[in-house]
Design a protein around this ligand. Structure first.
Ligand code: PLP
Length: 450
């Protein structure tokens, strides 16, 4: 039986992802029908500023015709081919070449997948393979961080530090996934502790974990330069400077998960650049195609690539790959996206508008609901607090974050509540006037929730 109304059909048949399905069953969902620039319009005709760029990804907004044209052109030329069995196609080769040229540090080869989860999952598989092939079969454990997010496959959800994505899914799976503290200075620093002291405490915790487990059992450390799904949390001062030598000392790979931070979000091409990270592996997705096509990439260093080649001498084929990994249409859109970023100097634009964005949101520190505001480039988190002086959060049962999010929706602004942290990651093309409008609507939403 077909429901005669879109919302009824949605409730009747859709399993929404990352959604309270009980609430969805009662209230339905906001269904987005179209977009223009930084705005989207829902099926009832309501127009919103999309201050999350969808899921931290629609960097060029919702109406970039050049990307539609690039997809159409490629669909006519070669709508599909794979990169298996020593075959391939030009768009994936050109995009790999471009990414290596742009990458930080010494990354030389690219594996394409469709999603950020797959990019990190592929990194995990490659790391295990690499350590077997270099004669270190015991070196397999992976370190993630509490509140870190690396995806939703069995392995990446195990690596992530998101308890609600693990409970009753029987995750983390196995004993290869370790977690260290969330380096969220504002929430977790002790009285009188400076950011640098806090970073030193975080680094000491990492070193103690490595010593407890044995460095010869630990393969890699995964980190987002700025934690996104954990609440738009910027690293405390000195954090990555202290972490990296510890990893080097113990022969542990650093995987920079740039799925959110890559391609200008933090005011540099890479979050790794912003925070002085030299990764052994870098994963990226989302803004790689401005979200107009699903595509992700795992960039590896030459020693890792050499181990993969050694693996083929042993096993024949490199036994990994996805039918749609490096899809030609997605790669063509990726190439066009990167060309637009360069032509429009998107990194320069982010730097130019970041002060308006960060100062505009920073002004909410005075609001009675707000404890802290932090960000870099065009990513920021606004922390809601029951009592600012003692840094006491609201009781989770009050769902204050969701209330603010919903009031913002009513004010025509899409933001995301991550617990009691409101995340902002607008399309990179946002203008100062649109930032002012965004802040104005946020005040309306926040006041309505107060
Ligand atoms: N890594 C990070 C840092 C992310 O924020 C996300 C998604 O938000 C992922 C990985 C997973 O990407 P996807 O949802 O494309 O699988």
């Amino acid at each position: 039986m077909r429901a005669n109304n879109l919302h009824m059909a949605d409730i009747a048949h859709m399993v929404h992802q990352q959604t309270d399905l009980d609430a969805h069953g009662r209230e339905g969902a906001v269904l987005i029908a179209k977009g223009d620039g930084v705005h989207v319009v829902d099926s009832e005709g309501r127009r919103y500023i999309e201050a999350m760029a969808g899921l931290w990804c629609a960097s060029l907004g919702f109406s970039e015709k050049r990307l539609a044209d690039a997809a159409y052109k490629q669909l006519l030329e070669l709508p599909y081919y794979h990169t298996f069995f020593q075959k391939g196609h030009e768009p994936s080769v050109r995009l790999a070449e471009k990414l290596v040229e742009m990458a930080p540090g010494d990354l030389s080869h690219v594996m394409f997948q469709c999603s950020g989860s797959e990019a990190n999952d592929a990194a995990i598989k490659v790391i295990w393979y690499y350590n077997n092939l270099r004669g270190k079969p015991a070196k397999k454990k992976l370190i993630g961080r509490i509140r870190g997010y690396h995806g939703n496959t069995v392995a990446t959800a195990s690596l992530s530090g998101q308890p609600h994505m693990q409970a009753d899914f029987d995750l983390p799976y196995g004993d290869r996934f370790l977690h260290i503290s969330n380096p969220h200075y504002y929430r977790f620093h002790e009285a009188g502790e400076t950011e640098r002291d806090f970073s030193a405490r975080m680094a000491a915790e990492l070193e103690a974990l490595i010593e407890r487990e044995g460095a010869d059992t630990i393969a890699a450390f995964f980190a987002e330069p700025v934690q996104g799904g954990g609440g738009a949390i910027t690293p405390p001062e000195g954090y990555f400077d202290l972490i990296q030598p510890i990893l080097k000392k113990h022969d542990i790979l650093f995987v920079a998960d740039e799925v959110i931070c890559g391609f200008g979000r933090t005011g540099n091409l890479w979050g790794s650049e912003t925070y002085g990270i030299t990764p052994d592996i870098l994963t990226c997705a989302k803004q790689l195609t401005a979200a107009y096509q699903p595509l992700s990439a795992t960039l590896i260093s030459r020693p890792i690539q050499e181990a993969l080649v050694a693996g083929s001498k042993k096993h024949g084929s490199f036994g990994h790959g996805f039918t749609y990994g490096g899809h030609p249409v997605a790669c063509a859109v990726g190439l066009e996206t990167l060309a637009i970023y360069e032509e429009r100097d998107m990194v320069g634009h982010v730097r130019a508008v970041a002060p308006a964005f960060l100062n505009g949101l920073g002004a909410f520190r005075d609001h009675p609901l707000v404890g802290d505001v932090r960000g870099v480039g065009l990513i920021a988190g606004v922390e809601l607090m029951a009592d600012k002086a003692s840094r006491t959060p609201f009781a989770p049962s009050r769902k204050v974050g969701v209330l603010v999010q919903n009031k913002c929706h009513e004010a025509g602004l899409i933001v995301r509540a991550i617990g009691d942290r409101i995340a902002f990651t607008p399309p990179l093309i946002i203008t100062e006037a649109e930032i002012q409008d965004m802040c104005h609507r946020f005040r309306e939403g926040l006041d309505a929730a107060w």
